[in-house]
Structure formats: structure tokens, C-alpha cells
Design a protein around this ligand. Structure first.
Ligand code: PMP
Length: 415
């Protein structure tokens, strides 16, 4: 597996993109599926399915351990995927990419290992009001263990997090700023580059939750200037159970291992063990080999089309979606920031979001309803839950219209 290309190598054509996704060919309740739940998880293109199946069918073996041919091939594919992902996010070094189960595990790893080593009683961690639970609860666990304090930068009613709002909460006790790049509820694209720059000038470490940025933005850790970044494979057309933590090499070097076992050691005796080099120091036990290989293929797939090209296609979908929903009187959009990815949350006056989701399902439209693992954000908008339509490279304007038509009909009949 080679590295991912930096410029698109394929022309974008939504029909041909769609045809690569077997899941999108199926029907639900006898109607063509309209999949608008990509912020929860994305279907996988054939290239990813083939990469996973290729490992399972042709070179199933454990990595890093045996000298036989299958293990050599598996290790090459697995480490090749690391190279592909490192290149995808423009990491200075491939060793800076630690495989994890996903964003949640990546943030927990960072909080446990970096947090317990670098933070002390009285130090502050700064988050924002729009964080996913995955970027809240690990810091609360750390608060219980170490005694840190958590500050929360507010957002505007439109769902904008300004650099100034973040700066206002920074004091000389702030040691870490940890923020979502793109909100999974509001779709807001946060000014992470400017925030990381301001933090760096003040000697503050930065962690970016890129769970939603990987499928919707051009993720370049050097351009963003963050110290660490977390992501999930299954939100970027890759498999579930695989993702990563990227962090600056010197940070990883100084961080202690967080799980012990095979692969993460150099030597073991009952008296003392020594740790393997980065990144394997953080990868105890047999990893998700097929998942990593599939994720490498997913990064390659996105890179071939071009993240910017995908984002501009999704922007068209977003504009159509907002236009159609704005025209429905009882719909209230939650999150109307000027810089938004194709994630649209809304509530309908007098209708419970779960009912809306269930009725939409009858029209074969798959959306998410609930709190989206962002309870504090729900409280900020004084709602318990929202309906969320989230788009991907494979969605069409016709699907957005089918969704909006179904919504109008539901309101007419049940509302
Ligand atoms: N952060 C954000 C912004 C997310 O959207 C999600 C997934 N909804 C997560 C973190 C957690 O990702 P995962 O469940 O894949 O670990």
C-alpha cells in the first residue's frame, strides 16, 4: 500500500461514487434507502470492503510477530495503512500515528497518559459548549483522579465558537485546550487553526477532536498546528473499531504507556519491563489489523476524490437542505453558523424528534434523533433531543428533496 495522493486523481461524479457503496443499493420498507446518518457512521465503499476481505481471505496472520510469509504480508499491509493515514493528515512522521478503537479511545488515551503526567491539581482544561461526550467525560475522570478544573468556552445562539470566546477563558492555569473541529450536532466548523495558534503562543497544549473533520474537511495537522488529534475510521468511510491518535513525536515519547501487554514492550522480566518505541508503546495486544487495513483504503479513497472536492459537493447538499427546511414553517434549525459542514439539526414545533425519525424511517429516510452524545449542548439550546440529517459524498440533491418532501408530508399528516 502506497501513501495517499495529495491531489485528486479521480473526477467526482456522485452517481459513480454512489455505485461504489453496496449498502446504498438496498431498499428499506420497499423504497430506495436515503441515508442521511453519516455523522453517526458512514457506509463503506467497495475499496474498503475489498481491503478488509483481502486481509481476511488472503493474509490472515498476526502482525509484527512471525517470520512466515502471511505475517510479513499482514504486517506490510497494516503498517502501510499507518503510512497512508499519516500521509492523509500530513503528519511529519508516520510513527506519530497510534491506532486506537476510535476517537473516544484516542481522547481517553491522551487524557490518561498525557493528562496524568502533565496535569496537576488546579490546572485547567478548556473545552467548548459543543463537545461530544467523548471530549467531556475523559476530562471529568481526570478531574476525579488529579483534581484538574474544566472550563467551558461558550458558543453563540447560531452555534459559533469564536477565537475571542476561547481566549477569554484562557488564564495562566490553562494547560490544555481540547476542542471539536466540527460539531456532530451543529455542523459548525470551528476556527481550530487560529485557536491552536493562540494556544501555542501561550504555551498551551492543544488536542483536536477530528471525528467529524476527517470526512468533511482537509485535515492537515501541520497546517492546523495542533499538538494532538483524534479520529474514527467509521465516520470516514472506513471500518468500525479502528481510529487513531496523532500526536507530536516528542509528546508521545514523553507519555507513559496506558495499557500493558504484548507488542508494547521491548523487554519483560518479573523484576522490570521496558517499553517499545512510539507508536507501539501505546498499542498493547493484537490490534484491529483488518480495521487498520480497511481504514488505509478509506483514506486512499477520500484522497483520490479529494477532501475539498467532497466538501464542496456536500456544501451544495447542505445549501439545498437548509433552503428546503427553512421553507417549512414549524421547523427550527439548531446551528446556523456561517461556516458549516453538511450536518443539519432541527426540531419541529409540537412533534417529538423520535416520532419524526420513526415517520421518516417509514419513508426509508435514515436520520438520527436524540441527544447525539452532547447533553450539555442540548441544554444550551433548551431541547432534549433533535433530528439530525447528516450527509456524505454519496448523497444527491434528489435525496435531500426526497427527505424534505417526506418531512412536509409527515407534518401535514401527523403534525
Ligand atoms: N467526537 C465527535 C465530534 C463525534 O461526532 C463522535 C462520534 N459521534 C465522537 C467524538 C466519538 O467517536 P467514536 O464513537 O467513533 O469514538
Amino acid at each position: 500500500m502506497g501513501t495517499t495522493p495529495t491531489t485528486p486523481t479521480r473526477a467526482f461524479n456522485v452517481d459513480s461514487v454512489r455505485s461504489e457503496f453496496p449498502l446504498l443499493q438496498r431498499e428499506v420498507h420497499g423504497k430506495p434507502l436515503v441515508y442521511l446518518d453519516s455523522a453517526a457512521t458512514t457506509p463503506k465503499p467497495q475499496a474498503v470492503l475489498d481491503a478488509v476481505a483481502g486481509y481476511d481471505m488472503h493474509c490472515t496472520a498476526n502482525v509484527h510477530r512471525a517470520v512466515h510469509e502471511l505475517s510479513t504480508e499482514a504486517t506490510e499491509a497494516y503498517e502501510g495503512a499507518r503510512t497512508a493515514l499519516a500521509s492523509f493528515i500530513n503528519a511529519p512522521r508516520r510513527e506519530e500515528l497510534v491506532w486506537t478503537r476510535g476517537t473516544t479511545e484516542a481522547i481517553n488515551l491522551f487524557a490518561w497518559s498525557w493528562g496524568r503526567t502533565n496535569l496537576q491539581d488546579g490546572d485547567h482544561v478548556l473545552l467548548s459548549e459543543m463537545e461530544h461526550h467523548a471530549n467531556i467525560v475523559p476530562w471529568q475522570l481526570l478531574r476525579e483522579q488529579v483534581g484538574i478544573e474544566i472550563d467551558v468556552a461558550p458558543i453563540t445562539d447560531e452555534g459559533v465558537l469564536s477565537v475571542d470566546a476561547v481566549l477569554e477563558f484562557i488564564t495562566d492555569r490553562t494547560k490544555l485546550v481540547s476542542l471539536a473541529w466540527i460539531s456532530n450536532v451543529l455542523g459548525t466548523i470551528n476556527p481550530v487553526r487560529e485557536i491552536c495558534e493562540a494556544a501555542r503562543e501561550r504555551g498551551i497544549t492543544t488536542l483536536v477532536d477530528a471525528a467529524q473533520a476527517m470526512p468533511h474537511a482537509n485535515v492537515d495537522v501541520q497546517a492546523v498546528g495542533c499538538d494532538a488529534l483524534a479520529f474514527s475510521g467509521h465516520k470516514m468511510y472506513g471500518p468500525t473499531g479502528i481510529g487513531g491518535l496523532w500526536a507530536r513525536h516528542d509528546l508521545l515519547e514523553a507519555m507513559p504507556p496506558w495499557q500493558g501487554g504484548g507488542d508494547m514492550i521491548k523487554t519483560v522480566s518479573f523484576e522490570e519491563s521496558t517499553w517499545n518505541d512510539v507508536p507501539m508503546k501505546f498499542e498493547a495486544g493484537t490490534p484491529n489489523i483488518a480495521g487498520a487495513i480497511g481504514l488505509g483504503a478509506a483514506a486512499g479513497w477520500i484522497a483520490e476524490l479529494g477532501p475539498d472536492v467532497i466538501a464542496s459537493h456536500e456544501h451544495e447538499l447542505l445549501e439545498q437542505c437548509v433552503k428546503r427546511l427553512d421553507a417549512i414553517e414549524r421547523v427550527q434549525l439548531i446551528g446556523t453558523a456561517p461556516r458549516k459542514a453538511a450536518v443539519v439539526s432541527f426540531v419541529i414545533d409540537g412533534m417529538h424528534p423520535h416520532d419524526v425519525g420513526t415517520f421518516l424511517d417509514q419513508h426509508a429516510v435514515a436520520v438520527r434523533t436524540g441527544h447525539h452524545c452532547a447533553w450539555p449542548l442540548m441544554a444550551r439550546y433548551d431541547v432534549n433531543s433533535t433530528v439530525r440529517a447528516s450527509m456524505g459524498a454519496y448523497n444527491t440533491v434528489e435525496e435531500i428533496d426526497a427527505f424534505a418532501d417526506a418531512l412536509e408530508r409527515i407534518i401535514e399528516v401527523f403534525g
